[in-house]
Design a protein around this ligand. Structure first.
Ligand code: PBG
Length: 338
């Protein structure tokens, strides 16, 4: 049954179509801007007008949709750029929705791109308990500590309110789907409630339910200018060693009202995708992240791997593991190959 492409194609178990792909776009201020990201050749920071062009092309290639990330003009400690109605993603959404009618537009909801410290939630310096503070009898010793050893924590619950506000603002701008990627506990419930109260009962939530703390996000942080200024994301993103815990994370998000779920990254976590597909009935997405893309591009550009083959093979493996939707920087390339 493998003798000819005709026979192989007859018995092929897994098929890809452009509708499987979601194309990520990074929107930045300005006009006529199309700035290549050095660690992600072929991926660009785009001003709103250029993002509209990309959206138009995505539509004509028949892609499933696009997902938008934003690089705001200014960052602060309350992520104003994420939830203000004239934020960069809100503006891009309105412009795209006005001109490109047959394309699903998804809004990534996270605060790291909009926070001056680059974390996905509200940050507070840890209160010292008496006795543990160095060189102090009664705590409150922040002043004697150097910046390097200052302890901080990400405040889960105060972050939820900002995420809900961001989601409502994006829905108002015309976003078709809201996709929280922050990994705070309870955010799907908070966003659902916020959307419902604002009259967006019909806006679905695609939850980045099992998102691992991963070295493979490196190039994204250059693309979205969202690297944490101190510490890392391990206190809120998942430990890459855990499979059972990811099922619990997904279950909680489903209970809170997620309409679709996501596993991220994709290729290093195919077992997680397969297990999620077995256990849950919701549409399942997987994110082939920036580092997966960069790794393949580097080898392709060196002539070490055959571009067309590895693009499709990497995507079909994610699809075979069980993801119907694949967020991938190869979306346009793969659609053209198909
Ligand atoms: C925002 C977010 C990240 C990615 C998607 N949403 C970065 C992170 O968590 O650090 C990564 C996507 C990629 O690497 O392509 N939190």
């Amino acid at each position: 049954m493998r003798q000819s492409e005709l026979l192989r194609s007859l018995v092929r178990e897994t098929r890809l179509t452009p509708k499987n792909f979601i194309y990520p776009l990074f929107v930045c201020p300005g006009e006529g801007v199309r700035r290549e990201i050095s660690s992600m050749p072929g991926v660009f920071n785009l001003s709103v007008d250029k993002a509209v062009q990309e959206a138009r092309e995505s539509q004509s290639l028949g892609l499933g949709g696009i997902i938008l990330f934003g690089l705001p003009e200014k960052k602060d400690e309350v992520a104003t750029g994420a939830w203000s109605d004239d934020g960069i993603v809100q503006r891009a959404t309105r412009a795209i929705k006005q001109e490109v009618r047959e394309l699903v537009v998804i809004g990534d909801v996270c605060l790291c791109e909009y926070m001056s410290h680059g974390h996905c939630g509200v940050v507070q310096q840890k209160k010292q308990t008496p006795g543990t503070a160095s060189g102090s009898h009664n705590g409150g010793s922040a002043a004697v500590q150097t910046a390097a050893c200052t302890e901080y924590e990400i405040l889960n619950d105060p972050t939820l309110e900002i995420l809900a506000r961001t989601s409502v603002s994006l829905a108002k701008a015309g976003m078709d789907i809201i996709a929280p990627s922050d990994m705070m506990d309870g955010r799907v419930g908070a966003i659902r409630k916020g959307l419902d109260q604002a009259g967006f009962e019909n806006t679905p939530i695609l939850s980045y339910a099992a998102k691992y703390a991963s070295g493979f996000y490196g190039p994204f942080r250059e693309a979205a200018d969202s690297a944490p200024q101190f510490g890392d994301r391990r206190s809120y993103q998942m430990d890459g060693a855990n499979l059972r815990e990811s099922m619990r994370e997904i279950e909680l998000d489903v209970e809170e009202g997620a309409d679709m779920i996501m596993v991220k990254p994709a290729m290093p976590y195919l077992d997680v995708i397969a297990e999620a597909r077995r256990r849950f009935d919701l549409p399942l997405a997987a994110y082939q992240v920036s580092g997966e893309y960069a790794m393949l591009q580097a080898a392709i550009r060196n002539g070490w791997l055959d571009r067309d083959r590895v693009i499709l093979e990497s995507l079909v493996s994610i699809r075979r593991a069980g993801a119907e939707l694949i967020l991938t920087y190869f979306a346009k390339d793969a659609a053209k190959l198909l």
